[in-house]
Ligand binder design. Structure first.
Ligand code: TXA
Ligand code: MG
Length: 313
């Protein structure tokens, strides 16, 4: 059931969370599929509904800075980053405290935590008086939702309430940084550009190599539409195939469907439109989606990461 995210409906949804149910809710990045993080059975429902393997840990969402240290062991770097970027699209991976159930962390000894910036997400956490475990509200390995309709199309009525808060403005998932090691590493590029994190920590940050798969978002095929996707620097339609184009800023000739990420060539706008454009191309009845390369700076890095995962190479 999709409900408009009015204060009254957020309160209703908070009751569902308290009782161990599932609520899909908007965050500034993508829609999340939330459950009470400290209730194992409730978290198990997330895995069931998403058809997500139990080896894939889930991020815990909090609404107060003080809650961070209830869940993880905090160091100076974590405090600096939380102060600089929260509420916002940054997830911190820290050594976990015992109250965090193993199902949330998939048995790892670390926990991923973030404070989302979306007012609906923050209210839901506050009203429910719980920490909310939430992956993106899509089927495992499929396209992430940036609108309530996207959630309904994939998960339907298996979710107790879908709170509709409109389109997500960041549009790509949070950046995940692992702080369990001496050298911090980026497990997933996302809504906060790596360059900005480097400025705050005053050091160069590595992006984790495939060898160290901690986040299935790091798997080769992920975030993918049903239609095959191919990245091209100079997109041209392929003869004999109905081709859709995911363009950065300009249209091109000969395609059967075209989506433009940002006519101004603005990376922020492009990220915000990414999944929505992919959802539309996936429904356009084309044989293949051809995606134009995007400059790999700032948010462009998260966009190219998602396109490569969608391509599966
Ligand atoms: O923007 C976001 O991060 C969205 C919104 C809803 O907050 N959430 C999201 O969750 O993208 P999900 O589950 O789709 O992707 C989270 C990634 C997964 O690839 C997971 O493996 C990784 O975070 N992760 C979660 N807990 C972790 C942990 N303890 N250690 C390492 N990676 C972890
Ligand atoms: Mg996801």
């Amino acid at each position: 059931m999709i409900l408009k995210a009015t204060d009254e409906n957020i309160k209703k949804a908070a009751e569902v969370i308290k009782k161990g149910g599932l609520v899909a809710f908007p965050t500034e990045t993508v829609y999340g599929l939330g459950a009470d993080a400290l209730n194992k059975e409730a978290v198990a429902k997330i895995f069931e509904v998403k058809q997500r393997p139990l080896i894939d840990p889930v991020i815990i969402h909090i609404s107060k800075f003080g809650d961070l240290e209830k869940l993880g062991y905090v160091d100076e770097r974590a405090i600096k980053l939380a102060k600089a970027f929260w509420p916002g699209p940054l997830t911190l991976v820290l050594p976990k405290k015992d109250i965090v159930p193993n199902i949330v962390t998939a048995g790892l000894d670390c926990v991923a935590i973030r404070m989302p910036a979306h007012p609906v997400a923050l209210k839901l956490i506050k009203y429910s008086e719980r920490f909310i475990a939430a992956p993106s509200a899509n089927l495992f390995s499929k396209l992430s939702p940036t609108k309530a309709e996207h959630v309904y199309e994939q998960l339907g009525d298996k979710v107790d309430i879908i709170l509709d808060g409109g389109k997500c403005d960041v549009g790509v998932e949070s950046t995940i940084i692992d702080l369990t090691t001496e050298k911090p590493t980026i497990l997933r590029p996302g809504g906060i550009p790596i360059e900005e994190i480097e400025k705050v920590l005053n050091e160069k940050i590595e992006i984790a190599k495939k060898a160290k798969i901690k986040a299935p978002g790091m798997l080769k095929k992920h975030y993918s539409p049903k239609t095959p996707l191919k990245i091209m620097e100079n997109p041209k339609p392929i003869k004999g195939l109905k081709c859709g184009l995911l363009a950065f800023k300009e249209e091109r000739e000969g395609f059967d469907a075209i989506e433009i990420l940002s006519k101004k060539g603005d990376l922020k706008e492009a990220a915000a439109n990414l999944y929505d454009c992919l959802h539309r191309l996936d429904k356009a009845n084309v044989d293949i989606i051809i995606a134009e390369t995007i400059p790999e700076v700032g948010l462009g890095r998260a966009i190219m990461d998602r396109l490569r995962k969608a391509q599966g190479l």
